[in-house]
Design a protein around this ligand. Structure first.
Ligand SMILES: [Zn+2]
Length: 268
């Protein structure tokens, strides 16, 4: 199996699910057969990841909005790739009347003053070019990250801005899960590495972009605790579980680690 970032030789580090690490850039990724991959249907957005989609990360939205508004232009065109239920686009619509908003995802959306495209980003023909493209919690779900970035690059105007939020695989919580994957963390490990296909480190995400983009900013961060989807029925156990995650997140902040990372770059 070749590395999807640098095309170099990889080493398999887990059999079930199949996980590989690149010998060159240390990028990690899962190989999940198409039929076993998560389906991005209605249920995915409304039931499976209910907490995620009903508790938007407004601190991240604000941060990205400030970056977008650094552009001196009055009217900005923006495409949100993998816009989910349109949370970020609606936030922008309410903040700023001068951003022309477009979103694409598998989910059916409808809002005044936002154009939604339904379908697979890689397959869909898009004629318009944009000043800004955003991509939040999406890049970890594709098995073709290079093609994804190439397409984004082709849809951006010269010096266009790209804002990404993805996973940071080198955080304390995931490392703990990896360490105990043979024991009590077995199920969590399997969930974590089948839900996401690409497991970026700060280095591998930067490497993916560097050729076509000038990286301006990169930082690790955490999402709101409320947005984490925990599949535990028992109320008390769920509370205890969330409490321990909260403690780990707090600890992470001290070390500038985080479950996620953001990266902001400009088209070369
Ligand atoms: Zn690699």
């Amino acid at each position: 199996m070749k590395c999807p970032i640098c095309k170099k030789v990889t080493k398999r580090v887990n059999v079930q699910p199949e996980i590989y690490i690149c010998k060159q850039c240390k990028h990690s990724f899962s190989f999940i057969p198409k039929i076993k991959q998560e389906e991005y249907n209605e249920k995915y957005f409304t039931i499976k990841h209910k907490n995620w989609f009903s508790n938007p990360d407004y601190s991240l939205f604000n941060k990205f909005y400030k970056e977008i508004r650094r552009k001196k232009k009055e009217n900005i065109s923006l495409l949100d790739v993998g816009c989910g239920n349109g949370n970020f686009l609606r936030f922008l619509k309410n903040r700023d009347k001068n951003i022309n908003l477009t979103g694409i995802d598998f989910y059916e959306n409808k809002d005044n003053n936002i154009s939604y495209l339904k379908g697979n980003f890689l397959d869909r023909k898009i004629k318009q070019k944009f000043d800004v493209i955003t991509c939040l919690a999406v890049l970890e779900h594709t098995n073709k990250p290079k093609e994804f970035i190439k397409k984004i690059h082709s849809l951006l105007k010269p010096k266009g801005l790209l804002l990404i939020m993805s996973i940071n695989n080198k955080n304390i919580l995931f490392s703990t899960i990896r360490l105990f994957k043979q024991t009590f963390m077995k199920q969590r490990y399997s969930k974590l590495y089948t839900h996401h296909l690409q497991h970026y480190s700060n280095f591998s995400l930067k490497k993916l972009l560097e050729r076509d983009f000038k990286v301006l900013f990169q930082q690790n961060r955490n999402c709101p605790l409320k947005s984490i989807d925990v599949k535990v029925e028992n109320f008390l156990i769920r509370k205890l579980y969330l409490l321990s995650i909260w403690k780990i997140l707090f600890f992470m902040r001290l070390f500038r680690s985080g479950l996620q990372q953001i990266i902001i770059c400009k088209k070369r």
